[in-house]
Design a protein around this ligand. Structure first.
Ligand SMILES: [Zn+2]
Length: 336
């Protein structure tokens, strides 16, 4: 019998908060981050520390708090990423400028910490159960090594070799899809990694006492914006007049939650389309994070009975945004 996402990521408390890895991890250093954003750095490191300290069962051993690096990158763009092989996470300052409160940033940071603790790419962590867990791990690992060869091969140096490596990448992807298909519903494999990071990261941040109303805040904004552009966010995430990078709609958290529920028709019994991209469709993510997972005892109790935050001495978000805005004005933003 195939598992559905509810069984894997929720209802039976099989919710995974940490995995081990066979990789030798690299050491990271906070001095690698730019030193010209002292308040911003202190701010995001402070939020990350609150989350890490609230999850001691996750962050120990090779995930000891001292071994994890957190810092900003000065740019208008809005990505955040984790490097699980060196236990490091980076938040672009455009992402911080978009947030309305610390809790929103905490869910971004929680997501990236989850990529690290779940040993996601470039490591081998995955949710496939026994007896195929090791096969999935080794396939992910092989695919990663092959990908590194593709990246290292100079363009045009050897087209035949490049073709061979590309074929090998496709073969390993197919193999992985087949393993996933043995255990999970057919749309699960494509975006399992981002889904896992969302779910596990939300648990980390809730345990640290960050307001659960902000879970999925960005997906809710996207659903509201997509509907405003005339799209149906249950099934469409691109279309004329819809720019996912446009400024956030000016809404309070409660207004955003309510409008997203309407835009996604979450009162309908039918589950929104999950989609076949790296990130699931926003309405599916909102449904998963704010309806589906409430059936899980751990997730549900944290969501409904919030913990309180440990007070920490941090600059205000307004001061941080001012520092970022000034720094962006004083130099050309880094564009990638
Ligand atoms: Zn991610």
């Amino acid at each position: 019998m195939l598992l559905n996402v509810n069984q894997v990521l929720g209802a039976e408390t099989t919710l995974t908060l940490r995995r081990s890895t066979q990789f030798t991890l690299k050491t990271c250093s906070n001095t690698a981050f730019p030193q010209r954003l002292p308040l911003t750095t202190r701010y995001i490191q402070g939020i990350a520390s609150e989350i890490i300290n609230a999850n001691p069962e996750v962050f120990n051993g090779d995930l000891d708090p001292q071994k994890i690096c957190v810092g900003p990158e000065l740019t208008n763009s809005e990505r955040a990423w984790a490097e699980a092989d060196q236990r490091s996470l980076t938040i672009e300052t455009g992402n911080i400028l978009r947030t309305q409160n610390e809790a929103q940033l905490a869910y971004v940071i929680g997501h990236e910490l989850a990529h690290i603790a779940l040993r996601h790419t470039p490591l081998e962590g995955n949710p496939v159960p026994e007896p195929d867990h090791d096969l999935a791990s080794s396939t992910i690992r092989e695919k990663q090594l092959n990908l590194e060869k593709i990246i290292n091969l100079q363009k045009g140096e050897s087209q035949a070799e490049m073709d061979r490596l590309q074929d090998e990448d496709q073969r390993l992807l197919n193999q992985l899809e087949q393993i996933f298909a043995r255990y999970f519903e057919n749309d699960f494999s494509i975006n399992w990694m981002e889904t896992e990071a969302d779910v596990t990261g939300a648990v980390y941040a809730m345990k640290a006492g960050f307001a659960s109303i902000e879970i999925g805040w960005r997906q809710e904004e996207l659903a509201v914006s997509a509907r405003a552009a005339g799209l149906n966010p249950r099934t469409q995430n691109t279309g004329r007049g819809y720019d996912p990078h446009a400024p956030s709609p000016a809404l309070s958290s409660v207004e955003r939650v309510n409008q997203a529920r309407e835009a996604c028709h979450l009162q309908d019994p039918e589950i929104p389309l999950r989609g076949e991209q790296r990130y699931p469709m926003p309405c599916w993510q909102i449904w998963n994070l704010k309806t589906n997972l409430l059936n899980d005892s751990l997730y549900g109790s944290l969501f409904h009975s919030p913990k309180s935050r440990t007070a920490s001495d941090m600059p205000s978000l307004a001061e941080v945004k001012q520092e970022i805005t000034r720094a962006l004005q004083n130099q050309a933003p880094v564009r990638k």
